[in-house]
Design a protein around this ligand. Structure first.
Ligand SMILES: [Mg+2]
Length: 159
């Protein structure tokens, strides 16, 4: 139930051609430690470039974050991506809102995120393809750090 369908070291290392070939047309992207470092607003150039090329290839993107600050809005607007904040991942409600935004059947949608117990579990609960990335940095919310401990126990093959 909990294993991701795919691992990727970083969001920007995820080959868009491969996703396309496997039928993926839409992506639900996590924000903190997937797209930007935790609590920061600076987006790395490689991630900006990856998002741009995904958009150019016709992928539909939506950002799904448990964070509810203005930062989510600001980053999403800067990248030209719709967003669902305050998502309460892994609960399905936020994922369902994100799916409605994408307007794609579930089999064409993948979730990309750095956390097993929010991004991957939530995606799985909704029947979506799930991709687990490495967190951009070790710094994270204190509660997340507790979950990371269990992630390491459950996914010794992650690295
Ligand atoms: Mg995250």
């Amino acid at each position: 139930m909990l294993g991701p369908d795919r691992f990727a070291p970083r969001l920007s290392g995820l080959p868009l051609a491969e996703l396309e070939a496997s039928g993926i047309r839409g992506l639900i992207l996590d924000l903190d430690n997937t797209l930007v470092c935790w609590g920061e607003s600076e987006i790395a150039e490689e991630h900006l470039a990856w998002v741009r090329s995904a958009q150019e290839r016709g992928f539909r993107l939506v950002m799904l974050s448990n964070n509810f600050s203005d930062r989510v809005t600001e980053i999403a607007q800067r990248m030209g991506i719709p967003f669902v904040a305050n998502a309460c991942k892994p609960l399905p409600l936020g994922f369902l809102r994100a799916l409605r935004t994408l307007q794609l059947p579930r089999r064409h949608v993948a979730v990309v995120g750095d956390q097993l117990f929010t991004d991957v579990l939530g995606g799985k609960l909704c029947g979506l393809y799930t991709i687990l990335t490495e967190p951009l940095e070790a710094n994270d919310h204190p509660i997340t750090n507790v979950f990371r401990f269990f992630e390491r126990l459950m996914l010794p093959q992650r690295r």
